[in-house]
Design a binder for this molecule. Structure first.
Ligand code: HAM
Length: 413
């Protein structure tokens, strides 16, 4: 095939079942979020690059390697959103939401873009479902957000578990990072090149390295928790206490740092409970400093999470989120003059839990029966005249003749 007619690497066409599965997941997740007191927000698919550079952090993989960044003819420097939190915070600040009743609770979903190496569960255009609570610092909100993500994922993936960690405040972390950097400096000859570079730019990521030699160095690395204030320890214990009350399974992972710079205090990811499969179905955390990082004059304490929708669907046996199938009826006629009657039947039925598949080709009834069977329908409605319809059950091959007024009851039977 002509290469130009292929979709770009790491993207997908959603057709039929894959389209339906995504839609069903998002409907389920949106309903859940509304049940938990969240309301929807939609921000643009692209933002000024600065929003992500500052918000996500210049040294992160997302900003340094994965952004779809472009310049417009007018000279604007824009980027397709690689994540949702920085955009929602930009919107919160720009729209003066700080003067509303706090906290604001948002959910959002849509396509996000990261130039990553594609593989199962990793795409360059992917879907996130996310929530943010902005303008409150209370461990109960951390627990609420964690619980909502768990609740949504558990429907499809029963063995889901929360991995959680405490990062302390920005100041506590900075004190720790200074010590960690000098520790890596002392052991730099044992680190592979990439980790050596990261130990200067982003030493927390080195703690999470998969490299065997780095893992050895990490065994004796200074520990973040030794730099926590009593307040930070108390906050984390409160979050954990709530997860215990809610019977949400969790694992405290002191190595969990996440790949975005705006986090402090609580960070978490949704994983499988087998302790082996290293895939995050979603993740999030507290980002009390993000508003100031973006240039706002005060801090907006906030917590949120986002789920990778394709991953959740692919690991959930695919149909876990699908709704009950509606009854689909093939509707047809033998003559063109009856097509308007078909259309008016469709129009009258918008309130019913039945969907019609109108077939505007002129064929004999028998040919329509064959075609409808081939397309997988179980019911067929043949319009014979203005007031005469034939309802055929294609599985039992029974037919009933009925009037326009009488057909609805038959459809439900
Ligand atoms: P994140 O961990 O970068 O966090 O992304 C959230 C989830 O999106 C991941 O756990 C993963 O399931 C999914 N994901 C990420 N990249 C890809 C990809 N290339 N293909 C498929 N799925 C992917 C955030 O984005 C934060 N904004 C979450 C958050 C909200 N933190 C606070 N509030």
């Amino acid at each position: 095939m002509n290469k130009k007619l292929q979709k770009p690497k790491g993207t997908r066409d959603l057709i039929g079942k894959t389209y339906e599965q995504r839609k069903a997941f998002l409907t389920f997740a949106e309903n859940r979020a509304e049940m938990y007191g969240f309301s929807g927000i939609e921000t643009p698919i692209f933002e000024h690059t600065e929003v992500f550079m500052k918000g996500v952090g210049e040294e992160t993989d997302i900003v340094s390697k994965e952004m779809y960044r472009f310049k417009t003819a007018g000279g604007d420097d824009l980027t397709l959103r690689p994540e949702g939190t920085a955009s929602v915070m930009r919107s919160y600040i720009e729209n003066g939401m700080i003067s509303d009743t706090q906290p604001k609770r948002f959910y959002y979903d849509g396509f996000y873009f990261r130039h990553e190496k594609p593989q199962k569960g990793r795409y360059r255009q992917f879907t996130q479902f996310g929530v943010e609570v902005m303008g409150a610092k209370n461990p109960a909100y951390d627990a609420l957000v964690i619980q909502l993500g768990y609740d949504i994922l558990k429907k499809g993936i029963p063995h889901i578990i929360v991995e959680i960690n405490e990062l302390g405040t920005q100041e506590e972390r900075e004190a720790y990072l200074a010590v960690l950097r000098s520790y890596y400096e002392e052991h730099k000859e044992k680190l592979p090149k990439e980790d050596r570079e990261r130990s200067i730019t982003n030493p927390l990521r080195v703690l999470d390295s998969k490299d065997e030699q780095t893992k050895e160095v990490n065994e004796h690395a200074p520990k973040l928790e030794d730099y926590f204030s009593e307040e930070s320890k108390r906050y984390f214990n409160e979050v954990i206490r709530m997860l215990d009350t809610l019977s949400i399974p969790y694992r405290i992972n002191p190595r969990l740092v996440r790949g975005i710079d705006y986090y402090e205090h609580t960070v978490f990811e949704y994983k499988l409970d087998d302790g082996e499969t290293d895939i995050a179905f979603g993740g999030g955390g507290r980002y009390d400093g993000l508003a100031e990082i973006l240039g706002y004059h005060e801090s907006v304490p906030s917590i949120g999470m986002a789920i990778g929708v394709e991953r959740a669907i692919e690991w959930s046996g695919n149909d876990a989120y699908s709704k009950e199938e509606k009854e689909k009826v093939y509707i047809c006629a033998e003559e063109e003059s009856l097509f308007p009657i078909m259309l008016s039947i469709l129009q009258e039925n918008t309130k019913h839990d039945v969907t019609f598949y109108p077939e505007f080709s002129i064929r004999k009834a028998k040919k329509h029966f064959e075609r409808a069977e081939k397309l997988g329908f179980s019911k067929l409605l043949l319009v014979k005249s203005e007031d005469e319809l034939e309802l055929r059950n294609l599985e039992t091959r029974e037919s009933n003749t009925l009037t326009r007024d009488g057909y609805r009851d038959f459809l439900k039977s």
